[in-house]
Ligand binder design. Structure first.
Ligand code: SAH
Ligand code: SF4
Length: 354
């Protein structure tokens, strides 16, 4: 990303009037130009200089894969040090355009069912590397709308309006860069994505949840619970040994008391592991009287030996939770056909690079 401060310096150095900064910000972050040469309102020499010397994104776009129905687009990005990450755009029927971002290269927490976990943690992403994934898909949508609507005036609505931190990595292990990237996404001069449309998903890092209580923007918190008791949780999520279930639930109570925001629980439905009626009742008891919502996630196939619980089991599980007055939804999962769904993102160095 190129920010306002850098642009102000560049404009000043060329003795151009300050309004040029606003013009460029508008072109990149609202209109979604994919090249500085597209900013035709700028003096040609300055435009060329920007194109020669500056970059719109801090990474290279290596590959873009689209699902046959066009609803999911996955992109592979190569960082300055060669690290590879993936981001996914999901275009929902109701008009939402949601980007699933990565916040780390790999992940060190090694949940037993997650492909990203098998990579281990390579490094944290910078705020810019996180933000640019959203910018890339925003510009993609803006340009797509422009070509589809040629001559029909403004292509309203074609922008990224939701962001979820459910790609590679654990956001709470990269808290400062994640929150800075969110501030840029939310900033009216940049992408202006409503804070309430930004969701951070955590595997239950209590120290991060405590920091999030102090974060001024009203973003959503999703917690990957996946089991209603310590023993089962620990067996599929090693991170539960560091932050046990009692500590986690206590921190979420504090989060809820102080922010008055509802917590979303994610619960991946693993056949014969965490999907029985007894476990559903145990989950209902754990969440009793909480201001929360449960999102049941059909398991996306990996090579890790787990199987999805299946529709009948998921529906039965949902009915039990609902009979205990716990609002429950089943996640609509997009992108399995291009390995772009939750938990399927994992890049091996040198894999099929085009
Ligand atoms: N590290 C964070 C965010 C990234 S994972 C977290 O764990 O919450 C986003 C979600 O995908 C988590 O709920 C995670 O448990 C889930 N997930 C992991 N592997 C999956 C798979 N194969 N199928 C479905 N969901 C999966
Ligand atoms: Fe990391 Fe989340 Fe995958 Fe667990 S589920 S290994 S925390 S990315």
């Amino acid at each position: 990303m190129i920010n306002k401060e850098t642009l102000s310096l560049l404009v000043k150095n060329d003795n151009l009037p300050a309004f040029r900064v606003k013009q460029i910000l508008q072109a990149i972050y609202k209109e979604g130009v994919e090249d500085f040469n597209q900013i035709t309102t700028l003096p040609p020499e300055f435009r060329k200089k920007l194109a020669d010397e500056q970059k719109l994104y801090c990474f290279q776009i290596i590959k873009k894969l689209q699902s046959p129905d066009g609803k999911t687009v996955k992109a592979l990005f190569k960082m300055h040090d060669g690290a590879l990450i993936e981001g996914v755009l999901m275009r929902f029927k109701d008009g939402r355009n949601s980007v699933c971002v990565s916040c780390q290269v790999g992940c060190g927490l090694k949940c037993a069912f997650c492909a990203t976990g098998t990579m281990g943690l390579k490094r944290n992403l910078s705020a810019e590397e996180i933000f640019d994934q959203v910018l890339y898909f925003n510009s993609y949508l803006r340009q797509l709308a422009k070509t589809q609507n040629q001559g029909k005036g403004n292509e309203k609505g074609a922008r990224v309006d939701h962001v979820i931190f459910m790609g590679m990595g654990e956001p709470m292990m990269n808290f400062d860069n994640v929150t800075l990237a969110i501030e840029y996404m939310n900033d009216p001069e940049y992408l202006e994505i409503a804070a309430r449309h930004i969701t951070v998903s955590t595997s239950g890092i209590v120290t991060g949840i405590e920091k999030l209580i102090q974060f001024p923007l009203q973003i959503n918190l999703a917690v990957s619970l996946h089991a209603p008791n310590q023993k089962l949780r620990e067996s599929i999520m090693p991170v539960a040994r560091a932050f046990n279930l009692d500590q986690l639930m206590a921190s979420l109570k504090e989060y809820n008391d102080k922010t008055h925001r509802r917590v979303s629980y994610e619960y991946v439905m693993l056949k014969n592991i965490n999907d029985s009626d007894t476990i559903a009742r145990e989950l209902a008891a754990l969440l009793k009287d909480q201001n929360c919502h449960v999102n049941l996630i059909p398991y996306n196939q990996t090579y890790l030996g787990f199987t999805n619980a299946g529709k009948t089991r998921i529906d039965a599980f949902k009915n039990i939770l609902e009979s205990h007055n716990i609002p429950t939804t089943v996640r609509v999962s997009l992108g399995q056909d291009i390995d772009a769904a939750c938990g399927q993102l994992a890049v091996k160095e040198g894999e099929n690079l085009v």
